[in-house]
Design a protein around this ligand. Sequence first.
Ligand code: 2IT
Length: 447
Amino acid sequence: MNVQNIMTNLEAKHPGENEFLQAVREVLESIEEVYNQHPEFEKAKIVERMVEPDRVFTFRVAWVDDNGEVQTNLGYRVQFNGAIGPYKGGLRFHKAVNLSMLKFLGFEQTFKNALTTLPMGGGKGGSDFDPVGKSDAEIMRFCQAFMWELWQNIGPDTDVPAGDVGVGGREIGYMYGMYKKLAREYNTGVLTGKGSTWGGSILRPEATGFGALYFTEHLLHKAGKDIKGLTIALSGFGNVAWGAATKATELGAKVVAISGPDGVCEIPGGITKEMIDYMLEMRASNRNKVEDMATKFPAAAKFTAGKKAWSVKCDIALPCAFQNELNEADAKELIANGTWCCCEVSNMGCTPEAIHTFQTNGILFAPGKAVNAGGVATSGLEMTQNAAHISWSAKEVDDKLHFIMESIHEACVKYGTQADGKIDYVKGANIAGFMKVAQAMLEQGVC
Ligand code: 2IT
């Protein structure tokens, strides 16, 4: 394989799909050396096949807003790679959603899911619907209209969507209600992230953030450090940031900053349980403003407009919001302020330049597809419970999540340890995920 040739062809075929091309380049550069030691991969054109989704659905979603006006959005489902199991991955509702974004997410999901140890292929979907400022009734009508079109293409053994940015338990509930009506079957396992009284995993809301902190603990432990007493700056205040703040605080770290599209809230004394609970209300309000935290807790939190979490002094940076939310200048600012570890919790949260800056400055860095895989892994556990018609306790799920995050960390160490003994977690995660999918594709022939 020659990465440059493949990228040139891909750029010509899919001009302007910048996020997708960025994600592919990162993976291919990581795996190039190992790939070229396997002539059977080259002969079967594994990479050339792997960079194209199995199939993509796009559809119109028409719905009526509270003023009686008809709105039209775009809906998508990208079934990226089904080599190791049914397609699995979230739905993103965000005004910037387009095909490039969902192809990048589906591509990443393929390798992430392979890392979880569970049999799940990679998929992703969503809409350019913007939940900001929408009423609960509008969210419901949109979710129903979205599922009206999507339902034929999904199923518990076909493709299992879940939440992502802009889609949480409320949206999954509305979509499931419509699915059930259209399919006339209960099919509990068709979506994950359901309510815990109707088939949802009791720990799915927490799982991405909890898993990220378990991974971070392993990474710190391997480097001879302890999380207790360390300061953490994180971005976002959605489901993922909420879980990460909860577990970080429980483990004795101090979350000193959270941020949103409007700016940053500095919390010098560390975030409290009350403030973490309030994050849920902030998300449910659809206002999308982190300033609300400072308004509610003026003595503890100080809001600065237009600044990112990466401007706040901390030991560890945890991007928990959106792709490319931490760039080269942010990485330099963090390093200048003494940050020595960054675990990407969002998908592709750091730009390639930021990752390069971290790695060349000896900063401990781990990529999203390893760090955040606890979310989809717990979705996989939810599918297992649904298929077996059973339900596990929070402790049972948490124990399994612990085991999975430890396995992912071990896989990164196995494939990412360099000649000088240092661990390249980006390489480790990409190679470990790739090898599993590539082997499955090879064994299943050209299809
Ligand atoms: O990016 C992700 O891994 C998710 N949004 C979760 C996907 C899932 O199927 O739980």
